[in-house]
Design a protein around this ligand. Structure first.
Ligand code: ADP
Ligand code: MG
Ligand code: ZN
Length: 211
């Protein structure tokens, strides 16, 4: 992937895809290799994702690695001044300043590896992942297995009736589906007619954590 690596040159890698597509597994795999190479690694996840405790990122296949839970992306900068490699999981849950922070870290010469959902449960781009994709040097789109037909899945089907953009859960309320099997939820008229800023607020809406 990196045939010639010059010292002190940073870059951004984005791993995106639907739920269950192996983003966290791939992030952990890359970070473990950096640890084996004795690089200084720091790993972060947003406060909203406390599904598996506060001090690890954990994949659906139960691979895990130690991480720090932060609320504002500026905390990532503060905690990674000494690191050579910075890992960030569930980046879609961060505010849009995550883009500027990733850029800063890469400009400081660090390897920044970011994983996140590229689409929400409606099949719409999940900001700020599109913005991160635009500035990344390397992009990986991972696919899950469609639970209906077995084809490669790129969509996350929500099986509960919740309409907030952020509802934290796993197999209990989400399924991986392909384009053919994905059933977009009916358009919410309140959402369609509302000011775009209203949608933004929902990104930060308090998630359901009891699932
Ligand atoms: P992501 O971070 O993209 O949500 P994870 O890395 O946490 O994904 O989990 C990937 C793992 O999820 C797979 O290796 C597999 O064990 C499991 N899994 C569960 N359902 C599916 C599915 N429909 N397709 C692929 N993998 C699945
Ligand atoms: Mg994940
Ligand atoms: Zn399918």
């Amino acid at each position: 992937m990196h045939p010639i690596i010059q010292r002190n040159v940073g870059w951004i890698e984005v791993i995106c895809g639907c739920m269950f597509s192996g983003k966290t597994e791939e992030l952990i795999r890359r970070l473990r290799r950096a640890v084996i190479a004795r690089q200084k690694v720091e790993i972060f996840k947003p406060k909203v994702d406390n599904r598996y405790g506060e001090d690890h990122i954990v994949s659906h296949s139960e691979a895990k690695i130690h991480s720090l839970m932060v609320e504002d992306p500026r905390e990532i900068l503060e905690h990674s001044l000494e690191s050579q490699v910075v890992g960030i999981d569930e980046a879609q849950f961060f505010k849009e300043n995550i883009v500027e922070i990733c850029n800063k870290l890469a400009n400081m010469g660090k390897r920044v590896i970011v994983a996140g959902l590229d689409m929400d449960y409606r099949g719409k781009p999940f900001e700020p992942i599109p913005q991160l994709l635009a500035i990344a040097e390397y992009i990986t789109k991972s696919h899950a297995v469609c639970v209906r037909c077995g084809n490669p899945a790129t969509f996350t089907q929500r099986t509960s009736k919740d309409s907030a953009r952020v509802v934290v859960g796993a197999h209990d309320i989400y399924e991986a589906r392909c384009r053919h099997c994905f059933e977009p939820p009916p358009e919410d008229t309140k959402r369609t007619n509302s000011h775009p800023d209203k949608n933004k607020q929902e990104v930060n809406a308090h998630p359901k954590t009891d699932s």
